[in-house]
Design a protein around this ligand. Structure first.
Ligand code: NAD
Length: 330
């Protein structure tokens, strides 16, 4: 019989990609979000617009469902999560608490929670050549204000629901996911999408703004690896938090240089030190991921960024914000 699954946050970046993947695998999929996907229709068998901060809506969302991929969250890039601590923490507390309890009430068998590398302590991320973060490094806790603390507590809540009620929970700590069909402007976008947009809009020799001094480091995971990893973790029997990311550390400067090379443009960087840059360095230690799954993300940054850049460029061209190559030649 077809397994009936719920994807929350199905109107969002990762959720929409996951719905496509699960439908292609033969699952019956209900997608829930407060908004439909931004760039193309959802292929979900059912798509419901529900605000999951509300308990009654969480019960509606989980009715007749066997497995839940819980991705809905009030979130955005560093600019957004730094600006709205109270709202982000309150909204996500309501969403996560109600979704776990509704899943228990409706007899869900597996529940995957999307956590974040933002749970890791700030005191371990003060240097650009940071030691990759292992899962147990999350304690003693000193998470990212607002968003990170809420994720850390929700991880605990998943653990308690598993121990006390037998709900099979899976906890994934994503490290910087990027790819096509992701938000690339408006304030919620992340660094790779923002950089692709800025480079696409710039002319040869222009100056583009970089947040911070460009020396801060991160690792980045392409969306296809992320979706494959989510699915493998859901199918595994591993109930504890697991990193899902790549362990190739790059500076933001390097990220800009890779995108410029893809675009074939030489641009100058102007560093804005007043903008938030988050922790100084962050990388994923994939030792446990490899042990548990015998697999880890492998799509090279250059390959993923090429696809992402081309997609963002195409969106901007469709909106007449950059000239098409044919017009430019005239
Ligand atoms: P996203 O913002 O594109 O998707 C989240 C979706 O949740 C949005 O479509 C939003 O409308 C929806 N949502 C917010 N409030 C809601 C509510 N009250 N009721 C119903 N839906 C609501 O973000 P994403 O990048 O797809 O992230 C998915 C999950 O992964 C989130 O839980 C996020 O915290 C986590 N995560 C993502 C990254 C990343 O790099 N993208 C990194 C770490 C963790």
């Amino acid at each position: 019989m077809t397994t009936r699954v719920l994807v929350t946050g199905a109107g969002g970046f990762i959720g929409h990609h996951l719905v496509k993947f699960l439908v292609a695998r033969g699952y019956w999929v209900r997608g829930v979000d407060t908004k439909p996907p931004e760039f193309e229709p959802s292929p979900a068998h059912q798509f419901e617009l529900l605000d999951l901060r509300r308990w009654d809506n969480c019960l509606i969302a989980t009715r007749g469902i066997e497995e839940v991929y819980h991705l809905a969250a009030d979130m955005g890039g560093i600019g957004y999560i730094t600006a709205y601590h109270a709202e982000v923490a309150r909204n996500n507390t309501l969403i996560n608490t109600h979704m776990l309890e509704a899943s228990r009430v409706n007899g869900i068998t597996r529940f995957l929670f999307s956590s974040s590398a933002c749970v890791y302590p700030q005191y371990l991320q003060k240097s650009p050549d940071v030691t990759p973060l292992k899962e147990e490094d999350a304690y003693p806790a000193d998470a990212e204000e607002g968003y990170g603390w809420e994720k850390l507590f929700a991880e605990k809540l998943c653990q308690y629901y598993r121990e006390d009620f037998g709900l099979q929970t899976r906890i994934v700590r994503f490290h910087n996911v990027y790819g096509p069909l992701g938000t690339y402007e408006g304030g919620r976008e992340k660094a790779p999408a923002a950089i692709c947009r800025k480079v696409a809009l710039a002319q040869e020799g222009d100056e583009i703004e970089v947040w911070g001094d460009g020396k801060q480091t991160r690792s980045f995971m392409y969306i296809d690896d992320c979706i494959e990893g989510i699915y493998r973790i859901m199918r595994s029997d591993y109930p504890h938090p697991l990193n899902l990311g790549t362990d190739r550390l790059v500076t933001i400067d390097e990220l800009v240089d890779i995108v410029c090379a893809i675009a074939g443009k030489r641009l100058r960087k102007r560093y804005d030190l007043t903008k938030p840059q988050g922790v100084r360095g962050r990388n994923s230690d994939n030792t446990r991921l490899r042990q548990v799954l015998g697999w880890e993300p492998s799509i090279p940054l250059e390959v993923g960024l090429e696809r992402t850049y081309r997609w963002i460029e195409e969106q901007l061209r469709k909106a007449w914000r950059i000239p098409s190559p044919l017009l430019a030649q005239r």
